[in-house]
Ligand binder design. Structure first.
Ligand SMILES: [Zn+2]
Length: 329
C-alpha cells in the first residue's frame, strides 16, 4: 500500500529463480507442481476462511490460513521440505502460499533455510520493521532484497492477499519482541499471538470479537520449576518477556471474551505447549474452568497438524457441540 512508508507493494512481481525452484522441487518431489495451481483442498472452500496449524511447539511453528482460494503462512518454523509435506497433508502446495507473516525470527518461527525457496517460489515475507535487521543477518537475505520479497510493516494494516487485512500488536518476548496478528476478512477474523511474556491491553482490544483465537498456553509453573531446566532459563520463560503460562493464557482468553459483544470465539486454539513443562491434561484442566469454552478448545501438537478449522462470524456458529475438547487434541 503506497501510503505506508515501510510496506512494499504486495502486488510487486517477484523474481523467478528456476534453478532454486528445480532444486527445491526435486528435493520435495514436486517436479509436477505448477506455480499458481490451486490444490485440491482449496477448491471446496473457495469463498470461506479456514485455518490449519501445521505444527506448534519449540520444535517449530507454522499455521496456514486460506481465504478465497489463496493461502498464507503465519510463521515458518519448520524447513521448506517439512512444511511442504504438511501442506500436502492438508491438501495444499507450497505454490499456493502467497506470503509468510512472521511473528519473530527465532528459528522455531522462521527457519534460516527458507530464503532460497522463497525466492524460487516468489513468496514474500512480512515482518515487523524491528525484525528486518535480524533478517538481514541471514546469509541469503540479499537475494530476498533483490527479489523484492521483504515486506516490512509497522502499525499500518497490510494485505498479504486480496481481501485480508492484517493488523499487528507488538508483544514482549526476549530482546526484540514479537508480533501478534489480527487477520480480518469479510467472512471472519483471526487473532494470533504466540511467544509473549505478558498480555498488554492493546492485544485484548485488538483481539476482541475475533472468530478464531490462537494463543500460546506454554507452561505449567510447577512443572517449569521442577523439570530440570537451569534457573536462568526458567526466569527467561516466566519473567514477563518469555512465554504465557496456562493460567495467563486462560486469563487472556477470558478478558478477550469479556471485551467481545458476541461472546466467545468459535475456536480457541492453544499454541506452543511445552513438552517438558506442560501437558495436554494440565491445559485441559485449566480451560475446563470456563463452560463458555465448551466444544471450542483445540490443542495443537508438534508432530501432527490440526484439522481445518472454519472461520465464520459468530452468527453462523455451529450449535450442539457436546465435548469441551476436540477428539484429536
Ligand atoms: Zn517459539
Amino acid at each position: 500500500m503506497s501510503q505506508q512508508p515501510y510496506l512494499f507493494s504486495p502486488m510487486a512481481q517477484p523474481v523467478r529463480d528456476d534453478t532454486v525452484v528445480s532444486v527445491v522441487a526435486m528435493r520435495e518431489g514436486l517436479m509436477t507442481e505448477k506455480r499458481g495451481a490451486i490444490a485440491q483442498g482449496m477448491r471446496g472452500g473457495s469463498g470461506g476462511m479456514s485455518v490449519c496449524v501445521l505444527a506448534s511447539g519449540s520444535g517449530g511453528n507454522a499455521t496456514v490460513v486460506r481465504y478465497r482460494g489463496q493461502a498464507i503462512l503465519v510463521d515458518a518454523g519448520l524447513g521448506p521440505v517439512s512444511i511442504t509435506k504438511r501442506l500436502h497433508q492438508a491438501g495444499l502446495m507450497l505454490s499456493d502460499i502467497r506470503g509468510i507473516c512472521v511473528t519473530h525470527l527465532d528459528t522455531d518461527h522462521f527457519r534460516p533455510t527458507w530464503p532460497n525457496t522463497l525466492v524460487g517460489y516468489g513468496i514474500p515475507i512480512y515482518l515487523h520493521r524491528w525484525h528486518v535487521d535480524d533478517l538481514m543477518k541471514n546469509k541469503h537475505a540479499s537475494r530476498l532484497v533483490r527479489a523484492n520479497l521483504i515486506r516490512p510493516f509497522d502499525q499500518q494494516p497490510f494485505e498479504p492477499i486480496a481481501g485480508m487485512s492484517v493488523r499487528c500488536v507488538r508483544l514482549r518476548h526476549d530482546d526484540k519482541g514479537t508480533t501478534g496478528f489480527s487477520l480480518d476478512t469479510p467472512v471472519g477474523r483471526i487473532g494470533y499471538a504466540t511467544d509473549l511474556g505478558c498480555v498488554p491491553r492493546e492485544m485484548i482490544e485488538l483481539f476482541a470479537g475475533v472468530d478464531l483465537l490462537a494463543i500460546e498456553s506454554n507452561y505449567d509453573p510447577v512443572l517449569q520449576r521442577s523439570c530440570g531446566r537451569p534457573i536462568f532459563l526458567q526466569r527467561r520463560i516466566m519473567g514477563g518477556a518469555g512465554h504465557l503460562s496456562n493460567d495467563e493464557a486462560f486469563a487472556a482468553v477470558q478478558q478477550i471474551i469479556e471485551h467481545s459483544p458476541d461472546g466467545p470465539p468459535n475456536h480457541v486454539v492453544l499454541l506452543h505447549r511445552s513438552s517438558q513443562a506442560n501437558s495436554a491434561a494440565l491445559v485441559k484442566q485449566v480451560f475446563a474452568q470456563d463452560p463458555r469454552l465448551q466444544g471450542k478448545v483445540v490443542l495443537t501438537q508438534q508432530r501432527r497438524r490440526t484439522r481445518w478449522l472454519q472461520v465464520t462470524r459468530r452468527a453462523s456458529a455451529t450449535m450442539g457441540q457436546m465435548s469441551l475438547f476436540e477428539r484429536r487434541a
